[in-house]
Design a protein around this ligand. Sequence first.
Ligand SMILES: Cc1ncc(COP(=O)(O)O)c(C=O)c1O
Length: 381
Amino acid sequence: MKAIPYGRQSIDQQDIDAVVSTLQADFLTQGPKVSEFEEKFAEYVGSKYAVAVNNATSGLHISVLALNLKKEDKVITTPITFAASANCIRYAGAEVWFADIDPNTYLLSLESVRELVESKPKGFFKGIIPVDFAGLPVSLEGFRELANKHDLWVIEDACHAPGGYFTDSKGVKQRCGNGNYADIGVFSFHPVKHIACGEGGMVTTNSETLYKKLSLLRSHGITKENMRENHGGWFYEMQELGFNYRLTDIQSALGISQLAKNDAGVIRRNEISKAYKKAFQNKAKFQDLPKGSYNAHHLFVIEVDDRKELYDYLREHNIFAQIHYIPVHKLPYYKEIGYGSLDLSNSENYYSKCISLPMYPALKEEEQKIVINKVLNFIDG
Ligand SMILES: Cc1ncc(COP(=O)(O)O)c(C=O)c1O
């Protein structure tokens, strides 16, 4: 039997043609495809601005810098995420504070963040980075209220969730990364994510000031804007210590082509989720779906008691499930800098049981049936 991975990209002829025609065009990087991708992505999520970057890790890095994060500042995030959501805080020399997850949605718990924020004087924390884990959008309204009260910024790590939304208290659907409740949203275009660029990312915001800072930091801190008239056509200034975190036109062409198919991909992911939920109802625990939320389903996670045995059993049958995630505070780097003994029982309990089953639009119905049968065989002994 062909191996079934937990996630993979879908590339069709249209994607290939888009890349080939960009290879034959004048610009391989810093050309028109990058701004076209930014405009289309901003329109897709409903934000005013979007800045394309070479991956989401870079996007998170320039986001914390644009928000002025400094050495020894303190920022709260979730341990149930990929390390990059926390590492960006460390890149700025700042301190990561982990708050626990909700045991049912697996998302950073607003209550545990509130408790942490309120246990310290105002000004102690600078920001919060909630993560739309597995594709389930964080209900950002409560985080915004808390943030406003305590002068905090919010970066939505939306890497798992392009196309997802939550519904706010006014009944308005709020698409992930639209910038209405978070200051900044960050997306990843790694091949296991919804939109594959090989590597790639996008940073979204509604703030013109942040947009300008993000654009500068993405490209060496250099700008040519409004300078040529006074100084000559060659003139530029380096105004800040920035980076080369640019996305190429080749990757952007692929991203534009992939973006056009994202809604269909998310619908397919939700069909897969529905079939899993039907099969595992009363057999295994899975992520809650709060009322009014639309899960973009990067992942489909179940919780089982003998998770390692299930993981090994599926591998024996060529099904490559995955574990998302080892809690970040338990990774050796974080343990060594003092986080090892943190007590985050919901996160640790979740980690002891979680396993991500295959979830990607190209997963065939027959393949999903095989996965479901194997999991049920295992659970039913
Ligand atoms: C939640 C989350 N944040 C950030 C990242 C980093 O993304 P990238 O690989 O594009 O740097 C990932 C990637 O796996 C992720 O899952």
